[in-house]
Design a protein. Sequence first.
Length: 71
Amino acid sequence: MKKDDPCVGVCQFDGRTGWCAGCGRTIPEIRAWRKMTPYRRASLMRELPLRITRAGKVNRARPSSGLPSAS
């Protein structure tokens, strides 16, 4: 991860939220990152940990095969 970039090199996107599993940003946010104002970057950086946590909870609650579990 670069000093000013939240990318951790894990580029997998959640189909429901559009958030990257590694950094929490959307594709448009990743593309616009270098052109964002420092204020917007700082604001987004504060939001990213919550996004990653929320996306992880949603993914764990979903069955991985897409089929209901037999339990």
